[in-house]
Design a protein around this ligand. Structure first.
Ligand code: ZN
Length: 441
């Protein structure tokens, strides 16, 4: 038993949202009790104590769109790379990297990403993986890193026609094998989906092949209208907009993620809503790739389940929150925009999205929920209460405020020291593999 206490507790449970001095009792992988710390300390004197030292205790964060394969791009320099638009960014940078990744480099990219997730308090990750140099077994290599680091993961391989039919089929097979493996797993720590790159790199035949092979009970994870080129391609080749094309291929639905959705119109939003498809917004990536600002506030306000991801740009969900908050104010010239929508996306919707793939309640601290808890070293300089928690997070905290991360009842980082991984050794290995990768590109 673990007792976490001695800090301001933010539960995200509407019945008891905030405790000035809260405590959480963890038994194995679940939360057993949430309440007043002083009372709980008396009630459970034998529990191992995790001291929040007057900081803030919150549920572990969830990232609903991540790219482990991009980890080794940090600091890279590719000769002749001067992108003129989004397609050049994909072809000149990301596809170049993923075509050279070995299985070991995929695993080390995952270790690097998971270490950063732990440090940023992210305990659940939905990843979208590509490694066209080594497709088969790649998701299983990522799972090895997920298990070593203790992060709950939903994985998929990015199927695309971009490197020919044989590799497309390998991508589908990798998804199918991993989905079956994950469906048979009872730990509630791993899940799988059918990953698709984007409409413009997927022929009708390929989409049919994916549908024929996809196991039941899981959906698709696909980039939708991230660049205007994706929309033009769909209109030109198929005479329809992307969401209509995906609808015709039975890709939409309550188990499916549509990442980005920048160039979608009102009709497409209606279809997303009608099919209960999930949308994930990635503000920094969209800005960094100069792709345009998605109509996320409209999508959200239509009642489409909209979450927040990072697209590999960062692993810090609080950073993503900060940027989404100002991006939409700036874009809409509306100082009232995004205040309430973005925290709902991060704290409520990401949990709802995650719970379409994982059984135990996530993103909430209450009896029976997953024991995913983080502690931040934040001491408020103004009064903090149930009504203004998000203002304190937005303006006072960052991912690096997190000092302790617990996932599935296991302490992964305590007082900023990783407990399950030798960080120095692990990162030395990552750097070694990154250098090998850079030398091939
Ligand atoms: Zn992405």
């Amino acid at each position: 038993m673990l007792l976490i206490g001695n800090g301001r507790l933010v539960t995200r449970d509407l019945e008891n949202p905030f405790f000035e001095n809260g405590g959480i009792l963890i038994c194995d992988e679940s939360i057993k009790e949430v309440g007043d710390y002083v009372q709980m300390k008396q009630k459970y004197p034998e529990a191992e104590f995790v001291d929040a030292k007057g900081g803030v205790i919150m549920p572990g964060l969830i990232n609903t769109h991540e790219h482990i394969y991009s980890a080794m791009a940090r600091g890279i320099s590719i000769k002749g790379y001067h992108p003129n638009g989004f397609l050049d960014i994909l072809d000149g940078m990301w596809w170049k990297i993923d075509r050279h990744l070995t299985l070991e480099q995929t695993k080390q990219s995952a270790m690097a990403t998971y270490i950063d997730c732990i440090k940023n308090g992210v305990t659940t990750v939905f990843d979208h993986h590509a490694s066209y140099g080594s497709i088969r077994e790649s998701l299983f290599k990522i799972e090895e890193a997920a298990k070593a680091s203790g992060i709950r993961s939903c994985l998929c391989y990015e199927v695309s026609d971009r490197d020919g039919e044989a590799k497309m089929k390998d991508g589908v097979a990798e998804n199918v094998d991993f989905i079956k493996h994950a469906l048979a797993d009872t730990s509630d720590m791993v899940a799988g989906m059918m990953g698709l790159h984007a409409s413009f790199t997927l022929s009708d035949q390929t989409l049919s092949f994916c549908a024929e092979n996809k196991p039941e009970r899981v959906g698709y994870h696909i980039h939708v209208a991230e660049g205007i080129e994706d929309l033009y391609d769909s209109l030109k080749k198929y005479g329809k907009r992307i969401i209509d094309r995906l609808m015709d291929h039975d890709i939409l639905g309550e188990q499916t993620f549509a990442a980005h959705c920048i160039y979608v119109n009102q009709h497409e939003m209606d279809v997303l809503k009608e099919t209960n498809t999930m949308v994930v917004h990635n503000p920094e990536s969209n800005m960094g790739n100069a792709c345009g600002c998605p109509p996320t506030m409209e999508i959200f306000n239509k009642g489409i389940l909209t979450g927040l991801g990072t697209d590999g740009y960062t692993h810090d969900m609080i950073e993503s929150y900060k940027v989404a908050n100002i991006l939409h104010k700036h874009h809409l010239c509306d100082a009232n925009a995004a205040w309430s929508e973005v925290p709902v996306m991060l704290f409520e919707n990401n949990a709802k999205i995650a719970n379409r793939y994982f059984k135990k309640p996530l993103g909430i601290l209450k009896e029976g929920a997953a024991a995913d808890v983080i502690i931040l070293d934040y001491i408020p300089l103004t009064p903090m209460n149930a009504n203004n928690v998000n203002g304190h997070i937005l303006f006072g905290m960052t991912g690096r405020s997190i000092i302790t991360t617990i996932a599935n009842g296991i302490i992964l980082m305590k007082d900023r020291k990783l407990t399950q991984i030798d960080e120095e050794q692990a990162l030395a290995k990552v750097r070694e593999e990154a250098e090998k990768l850079w030398n091939c590109i």
